[in-house]
Design a protein around this ligand. Structure first.
Ligand SMILES: Nc1ncnc2c1ncn2[C@@H]1O[C@H](COP(=O)(O)OP(=O)(O)OP(=O)(O)O)[C@@H](O)[C@H]1O
Ligand SMILES: [Mg+2]
Length: 393
């Protein structure tokens, strides 16, 4: 017999409550954002209109979870007022083509709908039929919409914003909630952007330490056995996560610290378990994320993290110079300019840095680089470690 039954878990009572897709009954410190979303959408129920909202903010600021909580509560509220409401949440990182997004929506109404053989136009019509037949108003949440746009352009988005145009003064049937970390105007072309003029933005700010503490306290009560973590230890987690303002990182730390303490057969999480957990994880810059990068992509990333130290943004030429220095440091010769560009674009695709066109204050259009969610020193450290472990330098 394996000894599994003897392994005890005296800390985590309910792991599901720590999972990324758990939706708590109430969201701490997000009243203002919830209210704003409600005031945008109340016209759906009270005026028969279709609405659009754009949720934006950094990693782990509660955009995804709030959109789900909102849809659940709004559906209930609408139904109470006699308005048939429904919603579908699509993660565009997993579904980054128009067909796969539409398939997910149709599947919501018709399980087992075949996954090929229909054009997007046909699929839109099928979707319309389902909505009309059920006489509902549908909210479609497109989470991580930037990935869909990057991969497949804006055609689907455009079609969805025009969905109700032929209703000729009748009731509108479709609303959209679009979610991405960066503001939408950074990746839409001007023509598409003008269609989005009347889209309301809800900005999610980073959580501070006190807010994270409250979120974590709440989650502890749901997921852990009572008395398994002291306030001070929880404060350490909040403190670490507040560097990024990222609630997901905080919850991950809590979970991993709990697992480490359990493996040591203890009944309480100690500060050192938190520190070990921190060494194990980070939200974007995980060991496995870096592992999958080539040596020169790592060097490109190292260059950016070195050059950006005291700045919010750097230009690509500043970054390329730093890349050359980083290469030299590790005894490599830097690759040609066009190659370097490919590295940057790929790193952008992985979310390890982000590229955007400069606005005011720069002559002409230059591309600027920023690090979305990790302090540059922490990143340099991680990348150096990884390069070292590959025997470079
Ligand atoms: N105000 C809150 N109250 C309780 N839990 C929260 C709150 N905000 C975020 N969380 C939790 O933190 C984690 C991260 O939140 P979420 O997934 O919504 O972030 P996000 O903004 O969508 O991040 P990303 O941009 O990386 O997708 C989830 O487990 C979520 O339940
Ligand atoms: Mg999200």
């Amino acid at each position: 017999m394996p000894p599994f039954d003897e392994y005890q878990q005296k800390i985590i009572k309910d792991p599901a409550k720590l999972s990324f897709d758990y939706v708590p009954q109430t969201l701490v410190h997000r009243d203002k954002e919830m209210q704003r979303l409600f005031s945008i959408f109340r016209q759906v129920v009270e005026g028969g209109l279709g609405q659009r909202a754009f949720l934006t903010g950094n990693v782990g600021t509660g955009k995804s979870v709030l959109s789900k909580r909102f849809c659940l509560d709004f559906q209930e509220w609408g139904n109470e007022k006699g308005k048939g409401m429904d919603f579908v949440v699509v993660n565009c990182r997993a579904r980054n083509t128009p067909a796969s997004v539409l398939l997910k929506i149709i599947d919501h109404f018709d399980k087992g709908f075949p996954d090929r053989g229909f054009s997007t136009t046909e699929m839109l019509e099928i979707m319309r039929k389902h909505i009309n037949r059920k006489k509902i108003h549908l909210i479609v949440v497109l989470d991580e919409i930037n990935v869909l746009i990057k991969k497949s352009g804006t055609d689907l988005l455009y079609a969805l914003t025009r969905f109700d145009e032929e209703s000729l003064g009748g009731e509108h049937r479709l609303s959209l909630i679009l979610i991405s970390q960066r503001p939408v105007y950074e990746f839409l072309d001007p023509a598409t952007l003008s269609t989005f003029k009347r889209t309301n933005t809800v900005q999610f700010d980073n959580y501070n330490k006190e807010q994270l503490w409250d979120i974590l306290r709440d989650r502890t009560e749901l997921a852990l056995y009572p008395g398994t973590i002291e306030d001070e230890t929880l404060e350490l987690i909040a403190d670490i996560a507040s560097e990024w303002g990222d609630a997901r990182f905080g919850i991950e730390l809590l979970e991993n610290a709990g697992m480490i303490a359990s493996e040591e057969n203890l009944e309480m999480i100690a500060p050192d378990h938190v520190r070990s957990a921190k060494a194990m994880t980070h939200s974007v810059v995980t060991e496995s994320n870096l592992q999958s990068l080539s040596d020169h992509m790592l060097l490109a990333l190292l260059g950016v993290s070195m050059a950006i130290k005291s700045k919010a943004y750097i230009t690509t030429s500043e970054a390329e110079k730093a890349y050359a220095l980083a290469s030299e440091e590790f005894g490599e010769s830097p690759r040609a300019h066009t190659r370097y560009w490919e590295y940057l674009k790929e790193l952008d695709g992985y979310g390890l840095l982000s590229l955007k066109l400069s606005g005011k204050g720069h002559v002409g259009k230059t591309t600027l680089i920023s690090l979305p969610d990790i302090p540059s020193t922490a990143l340099s450290e991680k990348v150096r470690e990884m390069l070292g472990s590959r025997g470079l330098g």
